[in-house]
Every structure is written in structure tokens, then in C-alpha cells.
Design a protein around this ligand. Structure first.
Ligand SMILES: NC(=O)c1ccc[n+]([C@@H]2O[C@H](COP(=O)([O-])OP(=O)(O)OC[C@H]3O[C@@H](n4cnc5c(N)ncnc54)[C@H](O)[C@@H]3O)[C@@H](O)[C@H]2O)c1
Ligand SMILES: O=C(O)C[C@H](O)C(=O)O
Length: 328
């Protein structure tokens, strides 16, 4: 018997990430090749954006995806999020060359108050929310705080692009296959302060740290290059990453919904005090997923270098959080 369709809301649906995301959701890459979906698409109530959204929907129609059980265009989050099971909050301004993501807070922060409130009012009580719009961690924090009737743990921020970027760099450095890397994680904020930690990582059972054995490369080449990858893409493309961001959003939601089979992935989630991170700070942690739930990998040893990196990214997040106190 075929499965009942689930409702997937996507904001910023006519934007560049939206264009790289929707076709993959509709083809079953996010929730499985046996899971029909109804897309509930939100764009700003502006003629040009709504027209563009209409065009994207025409293209979705032209794909004749067997799993696409329905599709709706919205200009109000109160209708877009009605009964939604999954919400991918992408819609917001991207940064341009020379900007830091935190600078977007003043422009984008308020979007997430309204959308958190709308999710609180009309979404499924089990809705799984992924915030992609930058600065993603603090926007997710705002949305979570604006939705007191929903489970805080169901609000997450995207660090998966960073996780994937770190994996690719390590694969290049070691000359091994990216698919063979296990137990990698990224701590903290989706910003240049985040800390990609390969101390526990293995490739075919061998320690990545031992394979690389070069703390100077870690501190002075790997981490800075990794931290500034988003800016490097903006510099090269003139636009912020889109296909790789959409790919990471698919990875994040797929793993959360369908499980990771014991593999570690990174998710930005509200802390429950793990590793000394204060409650509710939306922080990148290593997790595994099973039965639609994520579980933090606990008990990892945090050495002095890692502690300093984690403290730095935490400080940035708590500062951002303090800066949006008026929005939550
Ligand atoms: N977390 C990450 O790893 C990551 C990676 C890449 C991009 N991003 C962020 O994702 C966001 C979107 O990027 P993009 O390249 O798709 O931008 P874009 O400008 O191409 O598209 C954004 C779309 O959002 C719409 N929008 C704006 N406000 C909205 C609202 N309140 N409700 C609904 N829709 C709204 C706009 O009309 C536009 O169509 C940016 O903030 C960008 O910085 C995050
Ligand atoms: O860097 C940006 O502004 C876009 C995105 O967050 C990225 O990391 O590519």
C-alpha cells in the first residue's frame, strides 16, 4: 500500500537555493523514493517573486514526478505552514562580497519571529524544522523561541554544508574517498568561528588525525580555509552557494527522517547542556539519527585546543543571541 503524503513547506521557494532544492524533494531524494510529498511553497507577497514561484511550479509540474502529490503557492506563513510535517526555512537575504553572515541578522532576524509564530500556530505538532537562511543558528534560535508550543528540539540549523565541506577537504588531504570518512563533526556556529574536528575521524578504521599528523596544517590551513569557504564561493561566483546548500539541506532532512545507520553527522540543535554549552544555544554537535530522532554523540574528550575553539564559537553565538533578545 502506498504511503500517505507528507507536507513539506519551503520558504524562499523562488530563490536560488529553492530552485536547486524543490526538484530533489519532489523526486524523493529527501524523504525516500516511496514517500509522496505535498509542497507548500512560500514567497514574499511581491508580484515578481510570486510570478517567479509560479514559473518554478510550472517546471515542477512538467517533471511529472510520481511522488509529487500536490503543490501550493503561498504569500503568508500562516497558510504555508498549515499542518506541515517538515519546514525548510530558506527565504531570507543572502550576503554579498565582503559581508559577514552575522551582518544579516538585522535584515533577516525578524522573518524568523513571524515564521516561528506561524509554525507554532498551524504546523503539525511534530514538525521538523531546518533553518538555512543566515545567520542560520541564531535565526533558528529566534524561530524556536517564537514557537513555545512546539518541541524546541525540533528546530535545527544547517551545519551540514560545513560538515560536507570538511569531509571533502580531508578526503583531498589524505587521498582517500569521502564516503569512507566516519566520525567527523563541526562544533558551533555556521560562521568562520565554527570548529571542524577530525580528532575522532576514521577512514577504513584508521585515525585521520594520525594519517594527517600535522597540527600546523590543522590550525593554519585547514580551519581557516574551511571557515572561509562560503566567502570564497561568493567571491568566485558573485553569488552565495546554492546547489551545495540545497544538497546539504537534503542530507540534513533525509538523515533526520530516515536515520544515519550509526554514522555521525553534524546538526545545529538547541543544546541541553551537552559539552558545557548552555541550554538552548543553537550549536553544531555531532549526532546520529534513528527513528526520526537525533542523538548527540556524548562523552568525547575535548582537549585544550578544541576547548578554545569551542569557547570562541560559543561566545559568538551567545553575543548574537543577546543581540536578538528584542525579537524573542
Ligand atoms: N546555512 C547555510 O549553510 C547556507 C548556505 C547557503 C545559503 N544560505 C542562506 O540561505 C538564504 C537564501 O539564499 P538564496 O541564495 O536562496 O537567496 P535568494 O536571494 O536567491 O533567495 C531567497 C528567496 O527568499 C525569498 N524571501 C525573502 N524573505 C522571505 C520571507 N520572509 N518569506 C519567504 N520568502 C522570503 C526571496 O524573495 C527570495 O526569492 C540566505 O540567507 C543565504 O545566506 C545558508
Ligand atoms: O557564506 C554564505 O553567506 C552562504 C553560506 O552560508 C555558505 O556557507 O556558503
Amino acid at each position: 500500500m502506498s504511503k500517505k503524503p507528507v507536507r513539506v513547506a519551503v520558504t524562499g521557494a523562488a530563490g536560488q537555493i529553492g530552485y536547486a532544492l524543490l526538484f530533489r524533494i519532489a523526486s524523493g531524494e529527501m524523504l525516500g523514493k516511496d514517500q509522496p510529498v505535498i509542497l507548500q511553497l512560500l514567497e514574499v507577497p511581491v508580484e515578481k517573486a510570486q510570478q517567479a514561484l509560479k514559473g518554478v511550479m510550472m517546471e515542477l509540474e512538467d517533471c511529472a514526478f510520481p511522488l509529487l502529490a500536490g503543490m501550493e503557492a503561498h504569500s503568508d506563513p500562516m497558510t504555508a505552514f498549515k499542518d506541515t510535517d517538515y519546514a525548510l526555512l530558506v527565504g531570507s537575504r543572502p550576503r554579498g562580497p565582503g559581508m559577514e553572515r552575522a551582518e544579516l541578522l538585522a535584515i533577516n532576524g525578524a522573518i524568523f519571529t513571524a515564521q516561528g509564530q506561524a509554525l507554532n500556530a498551524v504546523a503539525s505538532r511534530d514538525v521538523k524544522v531546518l533553518v538555512v537562511g543566515n545567520p542560520a543558528n541564531t535565526n533558528a534560535y529566534i524561530a524556536m523561541k517564537s514557537a513555545p508550543d512546539l518541541k524546541p528540539g525540533n528546530f535545527t540549523a544547517m551545519l551540514r554544508l560545513d560538515h560536507n565541506r570538511a569531509a571533502s577537504q580531508i578526503a583531498a588531504k589524505t587521498g582517500k574517498a569521502v564516503a569512507d570518512i566516519e566520525q567527523l563533526c563541526v562544533w558551533g556556529n555556521h560562521s568562520p568561528t565554527m570548529y571542524a574536528d577530525y580528532r575522532f575521524a576514521t577512514i577504513n578504521g584508521e585515525s585521520v588525525k594520525d594519517m594527517i599528523n600535522d597540527q600546523d596544517w590543522n590550525a593554519n590551513v585547514f580551519l581557516p580555509t574551511f571557515g572561509k569557504r562560503g566567502a570564497a564561493i561568493i567571491e568566485a561566483r558573485g553569488l552565495s552557494s546554492a546547489a551545495s546548500a540545497a544538497n546539504a539541506a537534503i542530507d540534513h532532512m533525509r538523515d533526520w527522517a530516515l536515520g544515519t545507520n550509526g554514522k555521525w553527522v553534524t546538526m545545529g540543535i538547541p543544546s541541553q547542556g551537552w559539552y558545557g554549552i548552555p541550554k538552548d544555544v543553537m550549536f553544531g554537535f555531532p549526532v546520529t539519527c534513528e527513528n526520526g530522532e537525533y542523538k548527540v554523540v556524548e562523552g568525547l574528550e575535548i582537549d585544550e585546543f578544541s576547548q578554545a575553539c569551542i569557547a570562541k564559537t560559543l561566545k559568538e553565538l551567545t553575543d548574537e543571541q543577546a543581540g536578538v533578545a528584542h525579537l524573542v
